[in-house]
Design a protein around this ligand. Structure first.
Ligand code: UD1
Length: 338
């Protein structure tokens, strides 16, 4: 089977490409490289000894997409391409709606015109807003607090309407909790532009000596140690979830939605202390104000994915921190294109 991976040079995509190739799939990738490097694609090729057919371009360019679908015989699309910085999405919302929502519409049109109707979509636990309780199941009410989250929810709603109008589509919506870690080779990993927004990339840069002090955004939440609790999931487990989703699409399931998380919550301080074990040094941190829009606690009930996909996250928090640190210490400034 041949899979088109949009945003194919990105963090989750590079790990998914690797697992796809190892599982015997052919991979075609498209990326505009606005927030990623070709080097991740090359490193995956080196790690697997297999080739990725790479197209540099934008999913907003329908003619380009149609050309790719005409050249390659694509069986399914995994759609990662999108902007993902919450703060930036508040500052420049139209860019987010254009890239994420219009980009997805263009992709769906090109797929339909090319008779490719199998899609895995990268959604986010952000669509649950501030959940009324934990763990969160897929049927919880949905709400969002920022333009980034709104793009994810709008796309989910669009996919629902599309499926209602035409049940020949097969669509797996995957709601990721907090992906962290890296491939254990230390060759591919997360490489955000500038100062990281997310906790673990920030901690990784402090551990690697690139940044000085971790800011803990509030210690007065209603949690055991007062800091926010999230469901951190190893990116390789997440990548393997995409393989299971592709296997599911082949059985013509229609539209299906799954949480991909571990079901276990860790606080900010838990993460810092686990990371200290992984890098074998003390990591300086200070407690600062809460970050607007943050919630106290979120973690997944992923039992539906286990039941219906036969998938469960297997890698521990220790492994997540060790693999993250291996990547960051070997590549303190990320990929070389930055
Ligand atoms: C964030 C986004 C979410 C997105 C997800 C994946 C926000 C408000 N939410 O989730 O929409 O889907 O990333 O990219 O940005 N923290 C610190 N110090 C830091 C950074 C974070 O203490 O420097 C804390 C946060 O308050 C939170 C936890 O660490 O309790 C995790 O934060 P982060 O890694 O940014 O993920 P989320 O906020 O869960």
């Amino acid at each position: 089977m041949k899979i088109l991976v949009t945003g194919g040079a990105g963090y989750i995509a590079s790990h998914t490409n690797l697992e796809l190739l190892n599982a015997g799939y052919e991979v075609v990738a498209i990326d505009n490289l606005s927030n990623s490097c070709m080097e991740s694609v090359q490193r995956v090729e080196k790690l697997t000894g297999k080739k990725i057919q790479f197209y540099e371009g934008d999913i907003l360019d329908k003619e380009y997409l149609l050309r790719i679908f005409a050249i390659e015989k694509i069986d399914a699309v995994i759609h990662f391409a999108g902007l993902k910085a919450v703060g930036e999405s508040c500052a420049i919302p139209l860019k987010y709606f254009n890239n994420n929502v219009s980009g997805t519409i263009t992709l769906l049109e090109a797929m339909k015109e090319s008779n490719v109707q199998n899609l895995v979509f990268s959604s986010s636990a952000t669509v649950y807003g501030d959940p009324v309780s934990v763990p969160v199941t897929e049927d919880f009410p949905l709400s969002v607090a920022n333009p980034y989250g709104r793009t994810k929810l709008m796309i989910e709603e669009m996919l629902n309407d599309l499926y209602q109008s035409d049940s020949t589509w097969n669509i797996a919506v995957l709601r990721y909790f907090n992906p962290i870690g890296a491939h254990e080779s230390g060759e591919i990993g997360e490489d955000p532009n500038g100062i990281p927004n997310n906790l673990v990339p920030f901690v990784a840069k402090v551990a690697a000596g690139v940044l000085d002090t971790i800011n803990v955004f509030g210690d007065d939440y209603d949690t055991p140690d007062g800091t926010g609790i999230r469901d951190y999931i190893h990116v390789v487990d997440l990548a393997l979830g995409h393989i299971k989703a592709i296997e599911k699409l082949v059985t013509n399931p229609g539209l299906v939605t799954y949480n991909l998380g571990t079901g276990v919550g860790y606080s900010v301080l838990d993460i810092i202390h686990n990371y200290e074990k992984a890098c074998n040094k003390k990591l300086p941190y200070k407690v600062t104000a809460r970050r607007p829009g943050d919630i106290a606690t979120s973690y997944a009930d992923s039992s539906k994915a286990l039941r219906e996909l036969g998938w469960r996250a297997e890698r521990s928090i220790d492994k997540m921190c060790e693999d993250s640190y291996r990547w960051q210490s070997r590549n303190p400034n990320g990929y070389l294109c930055k």
